[in-house]
Structure formats: C-alpha cells, structure tokens
Design a protein around this ligand. Structure first.
Ligand code: CTP
Length: 434
C-alpha cells in the first residue's frame, strides 16, 4: 500500500507566487469539475529534492483537453491542443506562462472507498510509461488531498538512496534516448545508476539501439547536457559508456580534454557569453578539432546540424595549421594574425585560446584579435575614396581592408596618412591591372 507522504508545504516554497496562484486556481477548478489533477515528472522530483525546476507539468485523471479548455476559459489563457496525444498547453498571463496538461484517461470508475492503487489505476498507468522511478511520481493538487505524493514504483526511496532506476526491463528499448537521460540525471544529481538498470543500459548500447534515436531528439538531449555546468563531464561519461559512435561519429575522448574543457568552460562563462556564438558548436570544438575529416559529414547528419555548422568546422580544419603557425611565429605582424584569425569561426578561436592558454604569445595575439583588432576601423570611408577620385568598385573593399591592417600595425596614425596610403594602394593596384 502507499505510504502517505505530503508535500503541501513544499509546494508553497517551490513555486514563485505567480505560479502558485495558477496552481491554486487550477486546484479550485479541478474541484468544481470533480477532476483529479497532479503535478508529475521532473517537477515533482525537483520539488522533493529542493532543486529549481520551471516546468508546470500536470496530469489529469480524465480528459486533459476538456479540462484544459475549461481552465483556459476561466484564466483567459491561450490554449493549444494536441488531439492525437490527448494533451494541451496553456499560455497564461502577460508572460505567457506555459502549463502542460496530459490525460490519464479514466476508463472505468472505481467504486467508492476502493484502495488507492485501484482508484488511481489511470494515474499509475501514466506514470508507468515514464523513464525512471524518480521521474515517475505525482503530487496531487486536488483540494481533498492537496500535496499528497503518489509514488507507485518506489521513486521516493530511490531519491533518498540516490538511484536512477528504470521501471521495467524494456524501458531503454522503448526509448533508447533514456540512456542519455540516465547519464544526465546521474551526473546532475550525483546519483548512481542502479546495477540492474546499468546492465540494461549497457545491453542497449551493445545492441546498437542508440542508432534509433532520431537526430532532432538526439540533438535536444545533447543540448540539455550542454547547458549544464560541467557539461564536458557528461560527455566524458557518454564516451566511457561506449555511446560516442552513436552520438558523435568519428569522435573520441582524449585525455587532454580533462584540462582543455574546464578552460573552455571558464572562457565561455567569463568572456564568450556576451558574443553571438553557436554554443553547440563552441562546446563541441574540442571533439571536432580531433574528428577524422571523413566522419564530419556523418557527425553533422547524425545530429541534424546545419550546412553552416559543417562549413565552419571544415574551414577550421583546413586553416588550423596556418593559424597555429602564425600565432606562434615571433615575426608575424599583427595584421597577419588579424588576417588569419578573421578566416576562423569565432567558436574555434575561443577553442584555440583555451588550447594555447599556456603560450603567452599566441594567447595574447588571439586576445588582441578578439578584443581589439577585429573592431579597428580606418578613418576613411567609401565616400572619402570617392572624393579622392578613385573609381568605385571591388577595390574599395580591398583598400579599406589594407587601411585597417595599416592601422592594426600602427603604420598610419592620422587621416592624412590614410589618404596618402589609399592613393598609393590605388596606384599600385592600377599598375598591377595593366
Ligand atoms: N519522460 C520519460 N521518458 C523520456 C522523456 C521524458 O519518461 N524519454 C518523462 C519523465 O517522467 C520526465 C518527464 O517525462 O520526468 C518530463 O520530461 P523532461 O521535461 O524531458 O525532463 P524532466 O524530468 O522534467 O527533467 P529536466 O527538466 O531536468 O530536463
């Protein structure tokens, strides 16, 4: 039988005031409709653990679409329904707060006073199709038993024992992406994957079932990992569990990443966070810098990444040798460093910064590029060149670029010097045309 544990108090501290108001309103409406409504899944897990979790996932014992429509009316919320799944989402208030409703269909009516297991067989069935016991609990928000925990599979005990445990042996077969989720929860909460679950996970990997995860789904799961602090330790764990061939074709985990990745993460937090960057690419740069070029296409396809992503990696791999040589050669003038850096995707420059962390010259040069050189502008503009009588055309871009480089090298200091240089460049270009 169910041990009655109540989280009424915790509901009040977990949610912010606005969300709490929504929950209380939904609770009243549930009573009016005689419809039982529960918080479920990750938000229950995190509420019990005292972790932040912004989800509002509700399960309705009955028709979720019907109930959500009723709530939408009363709250003047926008309603989006997904008929085939019997689910609905509300977008409430000025901030369009999202609240998700799913149906645990009431297929028969339990007799009054029936034991809770029978009475709540639909809720139980809904929870049974979930991934892990710690994610398969519900907390009632129905007024009569507000705050009561519904834990049919020992999730609460597993939370206390810090265990990730599947509900049944076919869990990973039903959804192989759960193998990645297991790693995410394991690391994020400092839990252990329970031995039988681990043996099922390893079997899933051995049998190649991870290949069945659809690219978009896979990308989502990886993105969830990449957003977490210490994201690289999750990647390392995925590698250790032999999942890389199915997730990141052509990539391996190298021991230098143990030093490189923490540096990269620090850079991302301290410096790169204000840039407009592809953070997926940025966080993958170490792996990609060591990828076999033949595998790049497979990598991009596996994770349904863009053409742009592909070409950025390709550019880097093609230019890396030159970049690293120029960065380290004592005689390279700043403008030469500028030129080669401007060809490299910024994500890979941040990677290179992490890689050359201990090499003062190279590191300072990248920093100069990132913070100064790339923003240097010549004083002259196109209209100045026009006034000098230089005929308009593609040479404008070339001249302006040369002026920028001269500025970076401190070869010109004033407008007059720029004008003199522009004319000299123009004459030289004319001469080489003839
Ligand atoms: N779920 C599942 N199997 C999956 C994905 C999700 O059973 N492959 C269930 C779990 O009950 C999970 C809930 O759906 O708790 C919500 O999923 P999601 O929002 O992806 O994860 P959370 O558990 O909420 O965790 P987090 O918010 O940390 O991602």
């Amino acid at each position: 039988s169910l041990k009655r544990v109540n989280f009424a108090e915790k509901i009040f501290t977990h949610f912010n005031r606005e969300d709490l108001q929504y929950i209380q309103l939904i609770s009243e409406l549930a009573k009016r409709k005689r419809t039982r409504v529960y918080l479920v899944g990750g938000v229950v897990r995190d509420l019990i653990l005292g972790f932040p979790n912004y989800d509002l996932d509700l399960v309705v014992e009955g028709d979720a679409i019907e109930f959500a429509s009723f709530v939408a009316q009363k709250l003047e919320a926008k309603l989006v329904t997904y008929q085939p799944f019997g689910t609905a989402s509300l977008f409430v208030g000025e901030r369009k707060r999202r609240i998700d409703f799913a149906s645990a269909r009431q297929e028969f009516y339990a007799y009054p006073g029936a034991p809770p297991q029978v009475e709540h067989s639909n809720l139980r069935r809904d929870l049974f199709r979930r991934d892990f016991t710690i994610n398969a609990m519900a907390i009632s928000i129905y007024p009569d038993d507000w705050g009561e925990l519904f834990d049919f599979f020992g999730g609460f005990k597993d939370l206390q024992k810090k265990l990730i445990r599947v509900l049944h042996p076919l869990s990973f077969v039903e959804d192989p992406a759960r193998a990645i989720r297991a790693v995410r929860f394991e690391k994020k909460y400092g839990f252990q994957i329970e031995p039988f679950t681990m043996s099922l996970l390893k079997q899933t990997v051995r049998e190649g079932l991870l290949a069945k995860i659809k690219p978009d789904r896979l990308k989502e799961e990886i993105q969830l990992i990449l957003r977490l602090p210490g994201f690289y330790s999750y990647l390392q764990r995925l590698y250790q569990l032999d999942m890389f061939p199915y997730l990141f074709p052509g990539c391996v985990w190298k021991s230098d990443y143990d030093i490189l990745y923490p540096r990269l993460e620090r850079l991302i937090q301290e410096e790169a966070s204000t840039e407009r960057l592809d953070f997926f690419l940025l966080k993958m740069t170490p792996l990609l810098s060591d990828i076999q070029f033949d595998s790049l296409e497979a990598f991009v396809e596996r994770l349904h990444l863009s053409k742009r992503f592909y070409s950025q990696v390709k550019t880097y791999l093609g230019r890396r040798t030159v970049l690293e040589r120029i960065l380290q050669e004592k005689t390279s003038p700043p403008s030469r460093v500028f030129e080669v850096c401007s060809e490299i995707p910024l994500e890979f420059l941040y990677f290179t910064l992490a890689k050359f962390h201990d090499q003062d010259l190279a590191r300072e040069r990248i920093r100069n590029y990132l913070t100064k050189w790339r923003f240097v502008k010549p004083e002259l503009t196109g209209s100045d060149l026009k006034q000098l009588g230089i005929p308009q055309g593609p040479i404008y871009a070339k001249i302006l670029r040369e002026l920028q480089k001269a500025r970076i090298d401190n070869l010109v200091y004033s407008r007059e010097e720029e004008i003199a240089l522009a004319i000299k460049l123009w004459e030289r270009m004319k001469a080489s045309d003839q």
